[in-house]
Design a binder for this molecule. Structure first.
Ligand code: PNS
Length: 162
């Protein structure tokens, strides 16, 4: 059977923590879809096409990973794409409550959809997209926190502030 999983998120922007989850998840499936949501509650720094492009540039060549975007409910998108597996990263206990609520609500909406949690590697357990944006905005170094394409895009976005 062809096993496919979806790794959904806002990815504003994609970090090395996201990349770590992607690279460790893709080994478990025949195909991984990284799905960028279009309906972020907060105003994103990067547009959906920008976020997709930055993710594509951050992935290794070839491979069984595609980058897509979706709007509406994740479970509807998962069903439409023929995947019943959703991957989410867990960094610390603080993530747990929100992630459990989301996984259980998604299960209530579509019982077939299974959420699988991957523990972050410890070197990324403190890393969030929001922190990366704040560091970049305030002129700090994001080396080692984000892929090089994202670092360059952040520098470009915040050029006028520096
Ligand atoms: O990277 P994020 O912001 O933690 O990702 C959250 C995301 C995009 C996975 C979540 O907000 C989502 O699934 N949004 C789509 C709308 C939806 O299905 N909402 C109901 C969730 S219970």
């Amino acid at each position: 059977m062809n096993k496919m999983a979806i790794y959904p998120g806002t990815f504003d922007p994609f970090t090395n923590g996201h990349l770590d989850i992607v690279l460790r998840s893709v080994r478990l499936f025949d195909h991984l879809i990284i799905a960028v949501t279009t309906n972020a509650k907060k105003t994103p720094l990067f547009s959906v096409p920008e976020r997709k492009e930055l993710i594509r540039k951050s992935l290794p060549e070839g491979g069984n990973i595609t980058v897509e975007s979706f709007d509406g409910l994740l479970v509807d998108y998962a069903e439409k794409r023929g995947s019943i597996i959703v991957i989410r990263g867990l960094r610390a206990v603080s993530d747990f409550e929100y992630e459990m609520q989301m996984a259980l609500l998604n299960r209530r909406l579509k019982p077939a959809v299974e959420t699988i949690f991957k523990m972050s590697s410890e070197e990324y357990s403190f890393l969030t997209s929001s922190a990366v944006k704040e560091i970049a905005l305030l002129g700090g170094s994001v080396d080692g926190l984000v892929p090089s394409a994202v670092k360059a895009a952040l520098a470009e976005k915040f050029k006028k502030h520096q």
